[in-house]
Design a protein around this ligand. Structure first.
Ligand code: GLU
Length: 492
């Protein structure tokens, strides 16, 4: 049987980094096994829908290169559905759920419940006061189906509940956690259909996973406690349950569940900061899964080749921003500077260094700027800081060492010679950079620390930094000359 997996988000807001990882693992597993990867929208909780959430989700997945081949997609800016198992949006499947709940009602696996909110509240309170775990007390379990239907027809508000048998062990095997056994006495008669006629997640997920031929359910560990109820539903329908794989939570470095209070958790936050999709995906794959060797840098194809569910860890994966930065900086270094220039431009505009129109006309220059700075960037937004030295009219010695350099006895003479050469140069390019230092060395005997470092400090305020030739090229004649003047007038 060929592998069919699904990512089944609820469009209730932003895409959490944990959901993105769930999508990624589903994708990797499908690709590795030449299977199908389906995207289904679980919108049965109508009160939590957020408009635009589906579009955002599809955009983020596309940006990450996590492409599905079936289900809800975006084509020409519009949401469409592709595949033979549709509809793939749960709110469009209500007649299917109706048919299936009728079957469970007829066969005695489910029952109508007419208890009011107030009554349920009261039962709950009493149970809590008695130190019991609150659960439905079974008040409506024994109303006959015929009587219940009369009430329903008379317009009495109701839900449909799962009729769990007493004291039955439900057993399933989770690929990550192994054998799980839960007794029905510890479970509640789960609501399957709500008062508004919509199914709950628990009912819809089972019906859909079965009807859509899902072979492996790969999802977050928060669902593991619900899985016994799902397993019982599969049994009730006489269906074979899929393989379950519950992924560990993503934790922060204090080993607490990653939450918005502790920093970025939305996939879009990382995109907006200028992480590259390759970097984010590479790192995310490693949060909760590890390859069987020491490899740390992966392209998507490598991930597909190496991925296996068996190597998903049982304990929570720690999301370490420093490690993410390290991985991402690797991809920034290896990216083509022209592409990076386009990606980095919005940050330069945002920082007020350059206008959008100006940037369009100077894209080659921005590309040079980026190639000078890319070794220093963990994510592109950092260019706002790093690029400051190329836009400001003044420089500031970064530390004492830089200040000392400006006090060297030969600094005035060196500046004079350097200024002269810059003034006489046609264009300032990398070759000029190479040549000018050679010439000055020949003429003055200065070299190494006494030659490069002072010029670097004069031009950037820093003692160490990117390639001098490129730095000169990016600064350009005017800026170089104005900095020499500035240092001479104000700093020495
Ligand atoms: N709609 C659920 C969620 O957003 C999906 C859970 C599942 O994959 O079964 O988390």
């Amino acid at each position: 049987m060929s592998v069919r997996v699904r990512f089944a988000p609820s469009p209730t807001g932003f895409v959490h980094i944990g959901s993105l990882r769930t999508a990624l693992y589903n994708y990797l597993y499908a690709k590795k096994n030449n299977g199908s990867y389906i995207l289904r929208i679980e919108d049965t909780d109508q009160s939590r829908l957020v408009s635009g959430a589906v579009e955002n989700m599809l955009n983020i997945l596309k940006w990450c290169g996590i492409d599905h081949n079936e289900g809800v997609m975006m084509q020409d800016g519009k949401i469409t559905q592709v595949g033979e198992y549709g509809p793939y949006i749960q709110s469009e499947r209500l007649d299917i759920y109706k048919k299936h709940i009728d079957q469970l009602l007829e066969e005695g696996y489910a029952y109508y419940c007419f208890c009011s909110k107030e009554r349920l509240e009261q039962v709950r309170e009493e149970q809590m006061n008695n130190g019991e775990t609150p659960k439905y007390d079974g008040h409506c379990r024994d109303i006959s189906l015929a009587d219940a239907r009369k009430k329903v027809e008379a317009g009495e508000p109701c839900v449909v509940r799962l009729k769990l048998p007493g004291n039955k062990d439900i057993v399933f095997t989770d690929v990550v956690r192994g054998r799980v056994v839960v007794n029905t006495d510890d479970l509640d008669d789960q609501v399957l259909i709500k008062t508004d006629g919509f199914p709950t997640y628990h009912f819809a997920v089972v019906v859909d996973d079965h009807l859509m031929g899902i072979t492996h359910v790969i999802r977050g560990e928060e669902w593991v406690i619900s899985t016994p109820k799902h397993v019982y539903l599969y049994e009730a329908f006489g269906w074979e349950a899929p393989v379950f794989v519950h992924l560990p939570n993503i934790l922060n470095t204090e080993r607490k569940k990653l939450s918005k209070r502790h920093g970025d958790v939305a996939a879009a936050d990382f995109k907006n900061k200028g992480y590259l999709p390759e970097g984010l995906i590479n790192y995310l794959a490693l949060v909760g899964w590890s390859p069987d060797n020491e490899q740390e840098i992966f392209q998507m194809e490598d991930l597909i080749r190496s991925f296996s569910l068996e190597r998903v860890s049982k304990s929570g994966g720690v999301f370490d921003t420093n490690k993410l930065n390290w991985v991402n900086s690797h991809f920034i270094k290896s990216y083509d500077s022209d592409i990076l220039a386009k990606l980095a431009t919005p940050y330069l505009v945002e920082a007020g260094y350059i206008s959008e129109e100006e940037a369009m006309g100077k894209i080659n220059w921005i590309s040079d700027l980026v190639s000078v700075l890319k070794d220093r960037l963990s994510y592109l937004e950092e260019i706002k800081n790093e690029a400051a030295i190329f836009f400001s009219d003044s420089i500031e010695p970064e530390n004492e060492e830089a200040e000392e350099v400006l006090k060297l006895t030969h600094i005035q003479d060196l500046l004079n010679i350097f200024e002269e050469k810059v003034k006489n140069a046609g264009t300032i390019d990398q070759d000029f950079g190479k040549m000018v230092f050679k010439q000055i060395q020949k003429e003055t005997g200065l070299k190494g620390k006494n030659l490069y470092m002072p010029i670097r400090v004069v031009l950037t305020g820093e003692v160490h930094g990117p390639d001098m030739g490129m730095t000169l090229k990016v600064l350009g004649k005017e800026k170089i000359l104005s900095r020499i003047r500035y240092v001479r007038d104000y700093l020495i």
